[in-house]
Design a protein around this ligand. Structure first.
Ligand code: SF4
Length: 729
């Protein structure tokens, strides 16, 4: 799709007619890595072949740039207790990077998930928040760094305005198009690549969380009274400017004494304390609600169909990971009344905090002006005022999320409570310890209190078609959706339905791919089905035989961590005794680390699950054998999936099977068909042969050579295939 689009761009007459603008193209990729690959490798190659040199610019997601104002301002001042080791390491990495970066793009930085909180202290994304005093401009408008040309956001915006090709991500596109200062709305030719991931990316973009530690962290960052009676936080930092007749400027110490704050400020600290208490009480009530549901009501929430399963389709050992979807039925739980009461109190107290933060922001900005600083926008008070405005905005968003979830009303969002993911298993902790990563402390960012685990409230958009229509598919906009996995059984109706596209207005075209000389699809026809008791044993025995015959070179995909861990424990001692390294996702490292090891070692097998299916990234060595343990069916007790399924009368055929087909094809596209080497795919789920829907799944894959035979013949047949040539019909 790219080449014709570029030809259209370069085809334009050299001189554009007066009054018309030159042709422009917007390209949206699923993630930063693929956008980077497009800009650095693919576009230069295609432009060279067309002898064109059209200017290209990248626009990152909201919050995707380093904010120089925050970097040199209050963001790095200590406002909430000691930094965790991860935050300190994240800041150190950022310090080195900030000296060198020319673009300030977050995508240049590699950070571990635990280090990302450090990025939040210095990222852009808060600058357009309007100031509490309508007479004072927003941080962006009054920012002196921007006016002097040091702002990475405004420099990127300038590049975008003059570029003929603008590249962004799916999330970046949505961020821009839902913003009042959109830069991309004017580009009416849009190419969405990786469109098979569009729905997932939009769901991720629309998701939000209400989480106790995060909320308490925000409140503590505004201000808190420490056990020794001193005060800490942004309010303490701004105390010299905030107290009446104060000298202005910021405190030179990270905490201030009682004598340095006035009565009004003391009331503010009390309000913050009350809000923290209300938040703790709310999450404790959420915990009781979830507990009651797990003990008495988990069957009523989903019809009991999927009790004991996790969201990947496997059996879970622990029922506490079961989600409670918030619907009208939740009112029937006895503890709901307490939750409602706790929420009312929390919402009220959060609003008091938001009001006081706005008041403090106003005072800081007015003090700065009254001190006749000429350079408004660069002063220290301004920096604290911007941080306060950003926190007030975040609290407002959190309050809105809670309000919408607690209404239990029908909407296009789904809300649910679930315990946060369990800490990594023992083996993973030992690997992390080797990397000198200390365990996550059970402390608030203030560092004073520890909290028992409590649920997190999640929210996510259910139907993306309305959002797509409102944003990406506007009137008079021409959009091409290109993806490797958009048709089920050679038919586009499933994706059309998900995207809300009408048949007549939107033609669909397929590029037929065939791999019958490259790939053997082996379907063992005598193995137990995945729900049978002997399945796991049969799977493990097969893996040992096959990995031994191939001397590694396999990637095995699971649909549950439990099944992966079970295989890992069974096959690792045997295979490692035979000189084959066994690596498990979540046990020996992240998908990225496992891929690096797979690419660099000869005799290795990798066991992956979850995002290993979709987020495989750069593969420099295609596995000789890709082993699919089970069809990747979505599980209906995952609240967003359950909410989507309610829109279909025949959930199995209209949702479950199409989603599994597309996900399987997508994984194979990247794992098996990204190179031309001869290889094998094994579908170890006998339901593709025994169930009538199996043919839909098989017909959704490109044509390959195929064998249906006993599992015992597999090693020999595969070795024959790998050493032969041509196709097997
Ligand atoms: S305008 Fe100023 S505050 Fe906004 S992102 Fe740029 S440097 Fe940061």
């Amino acid at each position: 799709a790219l080449l014709p689009a570029l030809e259209w761009l370069t085809d334009e007459p050299f001189e554009t007619q007066p009054g018309t603008s030159p042709r422009r193209l917007l390209i949206a990729c699923s993630n930063q890595q693929s956008a980077r690959r497009l800009i650095e490798t693919v576009l230069p190659r295609l432009q060279a072949s067309l002898k064109s040199q059209l200017p290209v610019a990248y626009l990152a997601e909201h919050g995707g740039y380093l904010c120089t104002h925050r970097w040199f301002g209050a963001a790095l001042r200590r406002t909430s207790g000691e930094l965790t080791a991860e935050q300190a390491r994240g800041l150190a990495k950022q310090g080195i990077w900030a000296q060198q970066t020319l673009t300030g793009e977050r995508s240049e930085l590699t950070m571990l998930p635990q280090e990302i909180t450090a990025w939040e202290r210095i990222s852009s994304g808060v600058e357009r928040i309007p100031s509490a005093d309508g007479h004072i401009a927003s941080a962006y408008d009054r920012c002196v760094y921007r006016r002097k040309g040091y702002c990475f956001v405004s420099r990127a915006e300038e590049r975008v305005k003059t570029a003929r090709i603008v590249v962004t991500t799916h999330a970046g596109l949505l961020d821009d198009l839902t913003h009042s200062h959109s830069l991309l709305a004017a580009i009416d030719r849009r190419l969405i690549v990786d469109a098979d991931l569009l729905e997932e990316e939009m769901s991720r973009w629309s998701s939000a969380e209400l989480e106790q530690t995060h909320l308490l962290g925000l409140l503590n960052t505004i201000g808190t009274e420490l056990p020794d009676g001193r005060y800490q936080g942004l309010l303490a930092l701004g105390a010299p400017a905030l107290r009446e007749n104060g000298p202005g400027g910021l405190s030179t110490t990270p905490t201030v004494s009682k004598s340095e704050v006035d009565t009004r400020m003391r009331t503010w600290f009390q309000t913050l304390h009350h809000a923290s208490d209300a938040v703790s009480n709310l999450f404790s009530c959420y915990g009781q609600l979830l507990e009651e549901f797990l003990q008495h009501g988990s069957g009523s929430n989903n019809g009991g169909r999927d009790k004991g399963r996790n969201s990947y389709g496997g059996r879970s050992n622990d029922r506490t990971d079961q989600p409670l979807r918030l619907t009208g039925e939740t009112r029937n739980l006895g503890t709901w009344t307490d939750v409602e009461r706790a929420w009312q109190q929390t919402a009220q107290r959060l609003q008091h905090v938001i009001d006081l933060v706005h008041e403090a922001e106003r005072v800081l900005l007015t003090t700065q002006r009254s001190h006749h600083r000429l350079d408004v926008g660069s002063g220290e008070e301004d920096s604290v005022a911007s941080e306060l405005a950003a926190i007030a905005w975040k609290l407002l968003e959190q309050k809105r999320l809670g309000q919408q979830a607690m209404a239990l009303a029908e909407s296009d969002m789904v809300y649910w409570l679930r315990m946060p993911p369990a800490p990594p298993p023992f083996v993973q902790q030992t690997v992390q310890q080797r990397l000198v990563v200390p365990p996550v402390p059970l402390t608030t960012p203030g560092g004073e209190h520890s909290h028992p685990p409590v649920p997190v409230l999640y929210g996510q958009q259910v139907q993306i078609s309305a959002l797509l229509k409102r944003t990406i598919f506007g009137a008079d906009i021409c959009t091409i959706l290109a993806g490797a996995s958009l048709s089920v059984d050679n038919n586009f109706s499933f994706c059309r339905g998900r995207f809300g596209l009408e048949n007549e207005a939107c033609p669909a075209l397929s590029v037929v791919t065939e791999h019958h000389e490259q790939t053997l699809l082996y379907l063992p026809n005598d193995v137990p089905e995945p729900n049978m008791p002997q399945y796991q044993r049969s799977l493990d025995e097969t893996l040992i035989q096959l990995a031994t015959a191939l001397e590694g070179q396999m990637v095995i995909l699971y649909t549950s961590h439990a099944s992966l861990r079970s295989s890992y424990a069974a096959v690792k001692p045997v295979l490692e005794g035979r000189g084959i390294l066994v690596l498990g996702q979540g046990v020996d490292g992240s998908p990225r680390q496992l891929w690096q090891l797979f690419n660099s070692q000869e005799h290795v097998i990798v066991l992956g699950t979850g995002n290993f299916w979709d987020n495989i990234g750069e593969i420099s060595r295609v596995p000789v054998c890709t082993f699919i343990t089970r069809l990747p069916m979505p599980v209906l007790n995952d609240p967003p999936v359950a909410a989507r399924a309610e829109h279909y009368s025949d959930q199995l055929h209209q949702l479950t099977v199409p989603v599994a087909s597309l996900r399987l094809r997508r994984a194979l596209n990247r794992l098996v068909w990204s190179e031309a080497t001869r290889n094998v795919v094994i579908l170890f789920d006998r339901r593709v042969l025994s169930k009538e829907y199996g043919s839909t799944i098989l017909h959704s894959l490109p044509r390959s050579s195929q064998r249906q035979a006993a599992v015992s013949h597999m090693p020999e047949t595969i070795l024959d295939w790998l050493t032969a040539s041509g196709s097997w019909e």
